[in-house]
Write a protein that binds this ligand. Sequence first.
Ligand SMILES: C[S@@+](CC[C@H](N)C(=O)[O-])C[C@H]1O[C@@H](n2cnc3c(N)ncnc32)[C@H](O)[C@@H]1O
Length: 450
Amino acid sequence: MKESARQVAYQVLAAVEERQAYANLQLTHLLNKSNLARLDRAFVTELVLGVLRRQNALDYAINQFLERPGKLPKEIRRILRLGFYQVLFLDRVPKEVATNETVEQAKGLLKGKFIALVNGVMRQLARKESIIWPTWEANPLQYLVVVESHPKWLVERWVKQYGLEKTRAICERNNQSASVSIRVNALRIDRQELLEDFAKEQIEAKETAFSTVGLKLSAPSAITALPGFWEGLFTVQDESSMVIAPILNPQPGETIIDACSAPGGKTTHLAELSKDEGTIHAWDIHPHKLGLIRQNCERLGINSVTISRVDAQEPPKDLHGQVDRILVDAPCSGLGVLRRKPELRYRITEKDIISLKSLQAKILDGLAPLLRSGGILVYSTCTIEPEENFQQVKDFLQRHPDFEADELLPYIPELDFSEEEKRQIDKGFWQILPHRYQTDGFFVARLRRK
Ligand SMILES: C[S@@+](CC[C@H](N)C(=O)[O-])C[C@H]1O[C@@H](n2cnc3c(N)ncnc32)[C@H](O)[C@@H]1O
């Protein structure tokens, strides 16, 4: 039987909740298996990401209609979250349609009294004028936890670090959708030419502010169907990620390590920048991810990359003192990319941040002896937690007096930097919060071995 968009959305949400699946990967997997048309596929994506982004708000609203909210089985809560999301956040779905479809969905998944419960709650919601939400003015913390749907510990942490206003801006940004950007493969085509190819096919795109090889698509699109994808003319990459490889500034003929490289977004950028004439060692600890790097290199026509399974905490000793440049795009808590991975906010804990900090430090310590004197190490993360960023680099420099922070300004895009950013950049690092330039949040530091 043909599955509906709402059924597929339910299945993705179930996998995210019960099997800790990543929503974006699960969406791709189940959408590819389904026979849904383009508009329905977009609807599934909207439902899944919307429900995850607004989970606390939805639960707050649902609980107002229940006598014992704590006792609600998770399948029913999942159906109600989908229904409430359509009624409260999607103007284009009429209330009656959302209500009827949610009840129909309950009939397919639940039995007896539970169907009646979903029916009763949805009809009460449809009759209600509006939900009374916590307000920013009365209680900003509660507002951010409920209305902007971020866990309390995280909101408190960010408020301590960034203050209330910035935290609000970050949370709001995390609940907006992310645009798709691509990095043009300079080995095969230049940006203007690809832009013209897109225009011929009525695909609207504009140049990115962060990168001279980036294009931002005006509307979401099936990437593999874009002209030039299979010819390797571009790679999907967020604008903020396009900033990292130019900071390492790889040169043709050099020996370069990309120590945490899967799926190869930055490895392939390094190869493009060094004109595919260097020796790039692309490492990752997870063998199953190595194939993704290989596929990307093959599609983009890159030959300078050697891919191996290596634990960057204990890299091969024969490279000691031999390497010109190292990129450590470290495993991190990912809290800078919540708009793309909304479920991470409910999954990551403070304990994870501490254990990731320790793993990152071991990776940095393992790699440090490989760099030749005068060589460059770039450390980057897609998180905004100080332990994994500023503190990590500060501790590393203390443990390794043979390293120093290096100049960053010549390697980053020319932007209208704030005073705080200028101070950071002078010290060799740069933290971008997600709301600042409407990109993912990230951190980067450029270090030199003396
Ligand atoms: C942020 S992701 C890298 C993304 C990649 N640089 C890109 O741009 O496509 C971090 C990677 O580090 C890998 N990793 C985790 N622990 C590692 C270790 N001890 N040694 C090497 N790689 C590791 C993970 O498997 C993951 O693929």
